[in-house]
Design a protein around this ligand. Structure first.
Ligand SMILES: Cc1cc2nc3c(=O)[nH]c(=O)nc-3n(C[C@H](O)[C@H](O)[C@H](O)COP(=O)(O)OP(=O)(O)OC[C@H]3O[C@@H](n4cnc5c(N)ncnc54)[C@H](O)[C@@H]3O)c2cc1C
Length: 500
């Protein structure tokens, strides 16, 4: 039988995963990627001897025991990879010198929070009980919901029944709502800083459950290591990647996707086209907004997204060995609010990469500082390059001087400074508004299962964070598997997955 051909747009985690699964199922695939590296948002860059890691804090379900782990095995991410599990998630330092440590172990976390905030004992117990319960949950991720039979539905209901109460209860509350229920200001700040405020508290509690189980670790080598591992798996399966190949248009004939036209004018044809690139650009630019309905338009008009970031990186000639290894680092409460990058900041959130020696020369450390920002502000500023550059310098100066107060002498030890803005993220990955993870999962959108096809357009599919609210690397891996299952169903093939 002649292999059917598939063109995939984008070599982010979703595009690479789609390529791997499609190759495993006998499709001939080619990925067109506009950048010269794989990974999309899951990336890193070199600066003055430091590797700036632009993404991974934790790889969800990186240890055996969950369905998601099986996907990481199939994609060749975890084999031979050193994955570390840290004891602390992060630490909030109040302006008054008080400290709250978010331990990964739930018993320790519960005890510590109650000691710091006895007035919140009841709510702390409530959260800890939910986290403990979620440690027993194994989220079903192997099969696309679109392909569920009534029997699959029943099995799922049965499997999730013990968790339904907690899923409903915590799914209805946003991070901000939960944070504001704490009376203790440090606890409130801790929850406010964990994740964007509109995000559902449920996802955070589930994530904390995986930290307790040592199931969501950090792969030494960081983001690019993970992206390269999946790229290697894909190439090993016989796939092809064309780098520096930006897709301008999806070629459509008689309402059927038949190929792509690149920015250099080259045209390439295939039986199927799968976009694993930005959703907005795919729908409104590559397809000129011709294949859409009110529901999909509504997503882009009203659903909240993970905000774009100002991402400051510093290479510091200092070991930070006195600090514990922390997944997300320190939240420093500023003495008074400071305006940085168009927004007022009460906290500075600094990740100290003292856990990964591959990112800095011996005895030195990479620090990264993530600040939620606003795309229009940076888009406007970028029109005047001199002002844009000056603003970036100013941000680096401010951040360094704030950090120097917490770590005296640091300013003189900084040997590398790098500032990425929402415009940078957009330029390098094409993500709409510079978003760092696609759609937020809010209490309103928790149950949303977005379509991976577009109305009226045949032979076309979408994978990645713009069709899977919540985003993250798992969404890329899963949606790659799902669209391949959908192709197999259509071509009456039995879906198969292998491990290397
Ligand atoms: C600072 C930061 C921290 C994060 N932390 C974590 C974490 O700890 N854990 C986690 O799971 N996730 C994390 N994420 C989120 C995660 O990185 C993303 O959700 C995920 O990588 C998205 O993958 P994707 O393949 O769907 O999209 P993308 O990564 O956006 O990939 C899309 C790809 O398509 C390419 N492309 C776009 N347009 C075109 C075109 N026209 N032609 C050709 N190619 C095109 C892009 O160059 C890109 O390679 C983080 C992200 C950031 C930025």
């Amino acid at each position: 039988m002649v292999e059917k051909s598939v063109i995939i747009i984008g070599a982010g985690i979703a595009g690479l995963s789609t390529g791997c699964y499609a190759q495993m199922n006998g499709y001939h695939t080619r990925i067109f990627e506009m950048h010269d590296n794989p990974g999309g948002l899951c990336t890193a860059w070199q600066r003055k001897g430091y590797t700036v890691d632009g993404c991974l804090h934790w790889l969800m379900n990186s240890s055996p025991g969950s369905e998601m782990y099986r996907l990481w095995e199939e994609l060749g991410v975890v084999q031979g990879q050193q994955i570390i599990n840290m004891e602390q998630f992060y630490r909030v330092e109040g302006a008054d010198g008080k400290v709250l440590t978010l331990y990964c172990d739930i018993d320790r976390l519960e005890q510590h929070m109650k000691k710091v905030a006895p007035e919140d004992t009841r709510l702390i117990s409530d959260c800890a009980r939910a986290i403990r319960r979620f440690t027993r949950m194994n989220l079903p991720v192997l099969k696309a919901q679109e392909l569920y039979s009534p029997l699959d539905g029943l099995k799922l209901m049965f499997k999730m029944l013990p968790f339904m109460g907690d899923l409903r209860r915590w799914g209805r509350i946003s991070m901000k709502e939960l944070a504001l229920r704490f009376r203790n200001p440090l606890l409130r700040d801790a929850w406010l800083n964990m994740w964007p405020p509109e995000f559902t508290a449920l996802f955070m509690l589930i994530t904390l459950a995986t930290f307790h189980q040592k199931a969501s670790g950090y792969p030494i080598g960081g983001s690019m290591q993970v992206s390269r591992a999946i790229e290697k798996r894909y190439l090993g399966l016989g796939g092809e990647i064309k780098y520096k190949s930006k897709v301008d248009k999806i070629i459509v004939e008689n309402d059927r996707a038949v190929g792509v036209r690149l920015a250099d004018g080259g045209e390439h044809r295939a039986d199927y086209v799968i976009s694993a690139a930005d959703g907005h650009a795919t729908i409104f630019d590559m397809l000129d907004g011709k294949y859409i309905n009110d529901k999909i338009r509504g997503y882009y008009e009203s659903l909240p997204i993970f905000p774009p970031l100002v991402f400051v990186s510093l290479g510091v000639n200092r070991s930070f060995e006195e600090l514990p290894k922390m997944i997300s680092g320190l939240v420093l409460t500023l003495e008074k609010p400071v305006t940085i990058g168009g927004g007022e900041r009460k906290w500075l959130y600094v990740r100290i990469h003292n856990f990964d020696p591959t990112l800095a020369p011996p005895g030195k450390t990479l620090l990264t500082i993530m600040m939620e920002s606003n795309y229009p502000y940076w888009e406007a500023l970028h029109k005047d390059l001199a002002r844009y550059k000056a603003e970036k310098e100013q941000i680096a100066d401010t951040v360094v001087s704030l950090l120097d107060k917490r770590f005296p002498g640091l300013a003189a030890q900084v040997e590398m400074r790098d500032v990425a803005t929402p415009v940078t993220f957009h330029r390098y990955t094409g993500n709409w508004q510079g978003s760092f993870e696609g759609w937020l999962v809010t209490p309103k959108t928790l149950m949303l299962n977005m379509s991976k096809t577009l109305p009226g357009l045949d032979c076309f599919y979408m994978a990645g964070q713009w069709v899977a609210p919540g985003g993250g690397l798992p969404s890329g891996a899963m949606t790659g598997r799902y669209v391949t299952q959908m192709l197999c169903k259509r071509d009456k093939k039995r879906f198969a997955a292998t491990t290397p």
